[in-house]
Design a protein around this ligand. Structure first.
Ligand code: C5P
Length: 277
C-alpha cells in the first residue's frame, strides 16, 4: 500500500521581522498562503527507512540522513518506509521546499500508519516553516514559526512564482538584516476581493527583501519584472528568497504573465498557480 501527498509551495504574502530571541532565531509575523504547485511524495512500507529523489528539480539534492524528509520520518519514530520525493519546486528558494516536503512526509506516514497528526507547534524543531506547512492552508504565523493561526475568508487569487536560479542561505539573509524590530502585521480587515487583499498587502512588507536583494541584486529585477506584467496587483519576495510572487485577480492574466516572463527569461523558473483555500 502506498500513500501519496502533495507538498505545495508556501508563499509569504507578507513577512515582518518583529524581534530576535536570545538563541538568535527571529520573531516573525507573516501572512502565509499555499499555491497549487509543489512537490509530490509517496510513502510505501519497506524493510528500512529510505529516500528516493527524482523529478525536474531533484538536481543536487541528496538523500543524506539530514534531509528534512528523513528527519521528519525519524521524528515520528518511523524506520520502515520507502519515501519517493518528486521535486518540482526549486531548492532553498523561500517557498518552503524542504519544509513542505517534511510536512507532506508527516501527513503521509500518519495516514499510512493510522496515526493522528502531531500538533503543528511540535514540529517546529524540524524547521520554522514546518508547522504552517503541516496545516497547508492560509494562516498567520508568529513566534519563530510555531504559532500558526489558520485564516478563513481570503478571496480567491492567482500567483505567478518566479525564481532567477540563485539560491540563498536563510541564515545569511537573516544575518544581513539591518533592522529586527519591525511592527507586527496590521489587523486583517474584511477582504471582499483580491483588490482588497492587494491594498492590505501594500501596507505590509517582506522585511527580508532588502537584505536578500543586497546579497543577490537579481531579486530586485524579478520583483520588477513581475510587477510590470499587465494585471499584476502586487509583487514581492517570499520568505528569505530568491523566489518572488506576483498577485493576480484572474487566471488568464496570470497565465499570460507567466508565459511572457518565460519567454523573456528562459533561465528563470516560472509557474502560475491558484492560491489554495
Ligand atoms: O528553521 P529553519 O531551519 O528553517 O531556519 C534556518 C535558519 O534560518 C536558522 O538556523 C536561523 O539562522 C534562521 N531563522 C531565523 N529565524 C526564524 C527562522 C529561521 O533566524 N524565525
Amino acid at each position: 500500500m502506498t500513500t501519496e501527498d502533495f507538498a505545495p509551495a508556501k508563499v509569504n504574502l507578507a513577512l515582518h521581522v518583529t524581534g530576535r530571541r536570545a538563541d538568535g532565531y527571529h520573531l516573525l509575523d507573516s501572512l502565509v498562503v499555499f499555491a497549487g504547485v509543489g512537490d509530490r511524495l509517496a510513502v510505501t512500507p519497506g524493510p528500512e527507512l529510505r529516500l528516493i529523489i527524482d523529478g525536474p528539480m531533484a538536481g543536487a539534492l541528496t538523500a543524506e540522513p539530514d534531509n528534512l524528509v528523513l528527519r521528519a520520518a525519524r521524528f515520528l519514530g518511523e524506520e520502515r518506509v520507502v519515501i519517493r520525493l518528486t521535486k518540482h519546486l526549486p531548492v532553498a528558494s523561500g517557498i518552503g521546499g524542504g519544509s513542505a516536503d517534511a510536512a507532506a512526509a508527516i501527513r503521509a506516514i500518519c495516514r499510512l500508519r493510522g496515526r493522528a497528526l502531531p500538533e503543528a507547534a511540535l514540529t517546529a524543531p524540524l524547521g520554522a516553516d514546518v508547522p504552517v506547512c503541516l496545516i497547508g492552508r492560509p494562516a498567520r504565523v508568529q513566534g519563530i514559526g510555531e504559532r500558526v493561526e489558520p485564516l478563513s475568508g481570503l478571496p480567491p487569487a492567482h500567483l505567478v512564482l518566479a525564481n532567477p536560479g540563485v539560491s540563498l542561505a536563510t541564515p545569511a539573509v537573516f544575518g544581513a538584516l539591518r533592522r529586527r524590530d519591525g511592527a507586527p502585521l496590521p489587523p486583517l480587515p474584511p477582504l471582499a476581493d483580491v483588490a482588497d487583499l492587494a491594498r492590505y498587502l501594500a501596507t505590509c512588507r517582506n522585511d527580508l527583501e532588502d537584505a536578500a536583494c543586497a546579497l543577490e541584486p537579481v531579486i530586485g529585477e524579478v520583483i520588477g519584472a513581475l510587477g510590470d506584467q499587465p494585471g499584476c496587483l502586487l509583487s514581492r519576495m517570499s520568505g528569505s528568497g530568491a523566489t518572488c510572487f506576483g498577485l493576480f485577480a484572474d487566471r488568464t492574466a496570470a497565465t499570460e504573465a507567466a508565459a511572457a516572463l518565460r519567454h523573456r527569461q528562459p533561465g528563470w523558473w516560472v509557474e502560475e498557480a491558484a492560491v489554495l483555500s
